[in-house]
Design a protein. Structure first.
Length: 295
C-alpha cells in the first residue's frame, strides 16, 4: 500500500442549512445547524483513509475543544496524527451556508492553520517517505511550496487542489504533478471560462490536470498528445456538495497509489463523490471503501 501524506488544514465546520443563501446585507432564517469536523486537508485525509489508504496528516489544531474533537475524528478513521501539532489559540473554523439546491458558500477563519508556515525535520521526512502528497491552499503558501519541493526532490507524486483559489507561485506549480481545480477555480487561474481552454493553459504549468465539473463530471488532460477525456458524473440528487471535491481527491489518491490507471482512478473517485453529495456534511458524508466498490 502506498502511503499518502496530507499537508493541509483542519477546521471545524459550522454549517447552516437555508432555503436560499442570503444576499449582501440580508438576513435569512435557517432551518438547521450542525457542527462537523472539516478542513480541506483533514477532509482529504479522512476520505483517503475511509477508502483504504494509509494516511499521515500534517498540520495544526488549537488548544480549544474543537482541536481535541478534530484530532479524535481523524484518529478514529485510522489517520496518523503524530504530525498534527497542537498550538496555543483557537482551531480553524469554516462557516458554511448550504441552500436547498445543495450549493454552498464558505468563509474560512484559519486559526491554528495559519501557524503552519514551514516544515520541520519530521514533516520533511514524512513527505519524503510517502508515495503521494496531497496539498491544498488553506495553509500559508510558504509551507505548501516547501512541501511540494520536498516531494519533488524525493520523487513523490504531488496532487494540488488550488482552493481557496489564489495566484500560485511558479515554485509551487513546478513541483506539482497533478492539479485538481473545480471549473470555477480553473477559470480564475487561467481567465478561460471554458474548461477545455482552461485545461490547455494549465497544462503549460503542470503535467496533468483534472477539472471537476460538478454534475457534469470531470475533464482529464495530460501532456504528450493524448486527447482530453470527459468523464460523466453518476446521476444522483445532490443534497450537500460541501465535501465532494475533497472526497474525490482523497479517493483518487488511493486509487493512483494502488497503481490504477488514471481513467479507472477517476471513475472510482467520481463514484465516491457521487455518494458524498447525497448526504449532509463534509466528513460525515464521506463513503467507506465497501460503499465505493459497490457503487
Amino acid at each position: 500500500m502506498t502511503a499518502i501524506a496530507v499537508l493541509g488544514s483542519t477546521n471545524m465546520d459550522l454549517v447552516a442549512y437555508v432555503a436560499r443563501a442570503p444576499g449582501r446585507g440580508e438576513t435569512v432564517t435557517g432551518r438547521e445547524f450542525r457542527t462537523v469536523p472539516g478542513g480541506k486537508g483533514a477532509n482529504q485525509a479522512l476520505a483517503a483513509a475511509r477508502a483504504g489508504g494509509e494516511v499521515v496528516m500534517i498540520g495544526a489544531v488549537g488548544t480549544d475543544e474543537y482541536g481535541s474533537l478534530l484530532r479524535a475524528n481523524l484518529e478514529h478513521a485510522g489517520v496518523d496524527t503524530d504530525l498534527l501539532h497542537t498550538v496555543a489559540g483557537p482551531s480553524g473554523t469554516a462557516h458554511i451556508v448550504v441552500d436547498d439546491e445543495g450549493s454552498n458558500a464558505i468563509v474560512v477563519v484559519p486559526g491554528a492553520n495559519g501557524t503552519v508556515t514551514a516544515l520541520g525535520p519530521g514533516e520533511r521526512a514524512a513527505v519524503a517517505a510517502a508515495g503521494l502528497l496531497l496539498l491544498q491552499l488553506e495553509l500559508p503558501l510558504s509551507a505548501v511550496t516547501e512541501a511540494a519541493r520536498t516531494a519533488k526532490s524525493h520523487g513523490v507524486r504531488t496532487i494540488l487542489t488550488p482552493s481557496p483559489v489564489q495566484p500560485l507561485p511558479p515554485g509551487l506549480l513546478d513541483a506539482v504533478d497533478l492539479l485538481v481545480p473545480n471549473e470555477h477555480e480553473a477559470a480564475r487561474l487561467t481567465g478561460q471560462t471554458e474548461p477545455h481552454a482552461a485545461a490547455q493553459v494549465l497544462l503549460q504549468q503542470v503535467p496533468e490536470v483534472v477539472i471537476t465539473l460538478g454534475g457534469k463530471g470531470c475533464l482529464y488532460v495530460a501532456r504528450g498528445g493524448e486527447p482530453p477525456v470527459l468523464f460523466p458524473a453518476p446521476e444522483v440528487t445532490a443534497v450537500d456538495t460541501t465535501g465532494a471535491g475533497d472526497t474525490f481527491v482523497g479517493t483518487l489518491a488511493v486509487a493512483l497509489g494502488e497503481g490504477r490507471s488514471v481513467p479507472e482512478a477517476v471513475g472510482w473517485a467520481s463514484s465516491a463523490a457521487a455518494l458524498c453529495v447525497q448526504r449532509h456534511g463534509a466528513s460525515t458524508s464521506m463513503p467507506y471503501r465497501s460503499e465505493i466498490d459497490a457503487a
